[in-house]
Unconditional design. Structure first.
Length: 652
């Protein structure tokens, strides 16, 4: 034997001993198939392999048999049978063999019969991949048992065989990040336990995905592999699957840079259908409506504020001044009734939805009507985290319709879950709070907020980091009155408790500055009377449901109809009859038409109700409102007179 042969022989023997490349093999069980059926079936299997990620094919190192069965239900395309066997419905084979399956519409999400068969194969292969990469049943049972004990008793005191087991992951359906995005988030205050119900029920491609996380993975794998628009319709999930497989299909579409949303402000001067571009969002703030004495408000209200730059403003601190562009994300109980029940709030009778509102409306709502201040504290987020949070917020706006519980799934809990799923930050998963003020405290303690913006109260007000309650402004205006007029009342509350007739004589005695103060306080008095009138009507309506007050019952029913009809503003999926996930360019026309029509209808109904409700007020309440309106007219005239007499000088 030559020296060269002696060197090469061991190398050749070694190559013979190397295993073949590990990979998934799909084998057709072709008994009783004619040549056309066999050819079409094999082509279907080849298409499935071509569609799968290379990493999945490599990791799924098994021979999987595919067989046509004639005993499956007529409406079933296929199923998995045993660990490595997939059965397809033989009733569909003829159309596949003669080529008609490629154009035959099914009325199902994937369109043609051929695509549905391909999706069925991919779905079942997804299940095989998701079974923990072939862990033994003993391993799976051990991990499941250890996790159950850890959830009940915590990590301390677990038996030795559980050490290191609770953190093991199977594949996708128990990946914490995917569960957050899929709609089974970690429950707040429950030691890592996951929600059992999925609230992402709107704009789903297939309601079967909501059955459990395993079906969610299999269904979404179908769309990830087959739908070029999946990256645009479910961007966060597409990104997660892309990262998991280190691969994406070649046919992914380019997505539009902005997202559709519905403005729940119902402003007739503003288009109800808006566009939100994450690139224009400068910061996200934790927006806290400060507590008051009302039982539903005693812990405050959690919201998120999107600081959005005007088109002409470069992204930066100047965007804080573009207040008309800013939006607020607010989880609220959608109440389609004039009666707000504390009991219903405790048992989750109200839907929990993500409202997107203009900042100006939120500021007016809390500072003027509820006399509560607003603190707006920037969150410390990277650029990727910020844009991910904006993206996730819009996804929730279109898909989420959960249950609102005042004590366990309220605004603070929903906001924390959105922060977790939107940013993907691990340090947020260790936070727990069921109150808005408590959530702000834990965010601050972890260095996730920039509280320095509130250090200087005057600067915070000037720059829009704090919006003071009008109660403070009313008190300041009352101090002006006491300085310039010899009034006897000691507090703004005492002043507002006076009748409009008792306040009226001071108008003629007021100088320019005092008249301006009187104007603001009289506006507050009128607002107070309107709120009292609203409550009067509500209580009378609730008491008269079984009586014969036809006018009141009619108006009350109209109010309830108005509330119910406005539901689309917080559940915009109602406007579209097809599609899933985020609406795409082809759906904008229908969205614009439907949203504009409903907005016009609501505004018209609200206008009609305004005049009807005034006619239903009791004479005493109506007289109080009219007296305050008379004062406002007199103050307007007095201010014009003083302004002209001063030569148009500004207030001192």
């Amino acid at each position: 034997m030559s020296a060269l042969l002696r060197l090469l022989l061991p190398l050749g023997l070694g190559l013979l001993c190397l295993p073949l490349s590990a990979a998934l093999r799909l084998e057709l069980h072709d008994a009783k198939l004619d040549p056309d059926q066999r050819k079409a079936s094999q082509l279907l299997l080849d298409q499935a392999l071509q569609a799968l990620p290379p990493t999945l094919i490599e990791r799924l190192d098994r021979r999987v048999t595919v067989v046509w069965r004639d005993d499956l239900p007529a409406n079933a395309f296929g199923r998995a049978s045993g660990p490595y066997r997939i059965e397809l419905n033989r009733q569909l084979l003829a159309a596949l063999a003669d080529g008609s399956a490629a154009s035959r519409r099914t009325g199902r999400p994937h369109g043609t019969l051929e695509r549905e068969l391909l999706a069925t194969l991919l779905h079942e292969l997804g299940h095989l991949y998701d079974r923990g990469r072939f862990w033994s049943q003993t391993q799976r049972r051990l991990v499941a048992t250890c996790r159950s004990q850890a959830n009940r008793f915590g990590e301390i005191g677990l038996p030795a065989e559980c050490r290191g087991q609770t953190g093991r992951r199977f594949s996708l359906s128990d990946d914490p990040r995917l569960l957050d995005l899929a709609g089974w988030p970690q429950q707040v205050g429950k030691r890592g336990l996951r929600e059992t119900d999925n609230g992402q029920v709107a704009r789903s491609p297939d309601s079967y995905e909501l059955s459990n996380p395993r079906e969610f993975v299999a269904v979404n794998l179908e769309y990830f592999l087959l739908d070029p628009a999946y990256a645009c319709r479910r961007p966060a999930l597409h990104r997660h699957l892309h990262e998991h497989f280190a691969w994406q299909p070649a046919h992914v579409l380019d997505c539009p840079p902005d997202y559709a949303y519905l403005n729940a402000g119902l402003d007739p001067q503003r288009d109800v259908l808006g566009r939100l571009d994450p690139e224009r969002v400068y910061q996200v703030h934790y927006l806290l409506a400060e507590p008051n004495d009302a039982w539903v408000s005693r812990w405050g209200h959690s919201m998120l504020r999107l600081v959005i730059c005007a088109p002409e403003t470069p992204r930066g601190p100047d965007c804080m001044l573009d207040l008309d562009q800013h939006l607020v994300l607010s989880y609220r109980a959608f109440v389609g009734d004039v009666q707000l029940s504390s009991w219903d709030g405790l048992i989750g009778a109200y839907p929990s939805r993500l409202f997107i509102l203009p900042l100006a409306q939120v500021v007016d709502e809390y500072t003027k009507l509820e006399l509560r201040g607003l603190a707006s504290i920037p969150l410390q987020l990277s650029r990727n985290e910020l844009e991910g949070l904006v993206e996730r917020s819009v996804e929730q706006h279109w898909s989420y319709d959960g249950d609102y519980y005042f004590l366990s799934n309220n605004c603070a809990v929903e906001t924390l879950k959105l922060l977790r799923s939107g940013t993907g930050r691990a340090d947020l998963h260790a936070l727990d709070s069921i109150t808005p003020t408590g959530l702000l405290e834990v965010l601050q303690a972890r260095g996730l907020t920039d509280h320095s913006v509130l250090d200087d109260p005057r600067e915070a007000l000037r720059l829009g980091y704090h919006f003071d309650s009008f109660r403070d402004r009313y008190q300041a205006m009352f101090a002006v009155l006491r300085e310039r007029l010899p009034i006897k009342e000691q507090s703004v509350e005492q002043w507002l408790a006076l009748s409009a007739e008792e306040r009226r004589p001071w108008i003629a005695q007021a100088d320019l500055r005092a008249a301006a103060a009187l104007l603001l306080l009289e506006q507050a008095a009128l607002r107070r009377q309107l709120l009292l009138a609203q409550d009067d009507l509500k209580q009378r309506y609730l008491a008269s449901r079984d009586k014969n007050d036809a006018g009141l019952v009619k108006a009350g029913s109209a109010i309830e109809q108005l509330l119910q009809d406005s539901g689309f503003l917080s559940r915009p999926a109602e406007l579209l009859s097809a599609g899933y996930g985020l609406p795409q360019t082809g759906e904008w026309r229908q969205l614009r038409h439907e949203s504009s029509a409903r907005q016009a209808q609501l505004i018209a109904l609200a206008g009609e109700l305004d005049s009807e409700l005034r006619d239903l007020l009791e004479p005493r309440r109506m007289a109080l409102i009219q007296a305050s309106e008379t004062n406002l007219q007199a103050l307007g005239a007095r201010l014009r007179q003083l302004h002209e007499a001063s030569g148009g000088l500004r207030l001192p």
